[in-house]
Design a protein around this ligand. Structure first.
Ligand code: UDP
Length: 239
């Protein structure tokens, strides 16, 4: 890390800013407390979220690397900042579901909390103007969003992430209901896990009480949002 210098801001998203560095293959992500839902229609702040999401993502990415899933993680620089490999994001929201919830429950008429017989892998086209529409492999291929080989790699990694995370979270008394991940291509075209894994992007329910410990508390105005994020931080990082 010693020689990396933070450069100009390249991009500001809903939850993170991205900065260039003096190394063309590395960028710095800076996690904000800003929260949005429903494609940016609902806006707010979750105090301390940036710190929690940065640290939880890095913790999970380190474990996932050990489990054989390559990630963009290079080094945590501060509470909110992490040095990562520069990638171009594959414009797919890759969702895995273990238990029915959210848009799946609405679309399929299946009550929230119903366990699925097998995990579901689902893609959305990452496009805010269109509201991230649900697509399948054929759409992705036909629109040139990813190649067949890339889709196969992404699916393999996504299920490996799920296998690891279901067990890990069970160990801390949390059911992993569903989550969204994103992948990127490095400068040499390698597919690696990018973006984040946090209460913003996963549904976490307490295994015993089924209390929600994730962003649904913000989306659904349930209160106790900060406490839920802190509780997840405590369970995952022990603090
Ligand atoms: N998700 C996300 N970003 C999105 C859409 C979904 O991180 O733009 C996550 C969400 O937190 C949940 C999973 O993906 O853990 C499945 O979300 P769903 O499709 O049910 O959509 P939602 O009900 O959140 O709109």
């Amino acid at each position: 890390m010693a020689n990396v210098v933070k450069g100009e801001q390249l991009y500001e998203g809903k939850a993170k800013k991205v900065y260039a560095t003096n190394d063309p293959d590395l960028v710095i992500v800076d996690y904000k407390d800003d929260a949005t839902a429903f494609n940016g229609e609902k806006k707010g702040t979750i105090v301390g979220k940036g710190v929690i999401n940065n640290r939880m993502t890095n913790f999970m990415f380190k474990k996932l690397e050990e489990a054989g899933v390559p990630t963009h993680l290079v080094e945590e620089l501060s509470e909110r900042e992490t040095l990562v490999k520069k990638v171009s994001i594959v414009p797919l929201e890759v969702i895995i579901r273990n238990v029915a919830a959210g848009s799946f429950s609405k679309r399929m008429g299946v009550p929230e909390g119903k366990e699925l017989l097998t995990p579901i892998l689902e893609f959305s086209y990452k496009n805010d103007d269109l509201g991230d529409p649900f697509i399948n492999d054929y759409y992705a291929l036909a629109l040139g969003l990813a190649t067949k080989e890339e889709i196969d790699t992404i699916a393999k990694y996504a299920f490996a992430v799920n296998d690891f995370m279901v067990k890990f979270f069970k160990g801390v008394g949390v059911d992993l209901i569903d989550f969204k991940i994103e992948f990127g291509r490095t400068s040499d075209g390698t597919i690696i896990l990018a973006d984040e894994i946090s209460p913003d992007t996963c549904r976490f329910w307490d295994s015993k009480t089924h209390e929600k410990l994730d962003k649904d508390r913000f989306r659904r105005d349930m209160g106790g949002v900060e406490d839920a994020y802190q509780e997840m931080m405590k369970r995952v990082l022990g603090e």
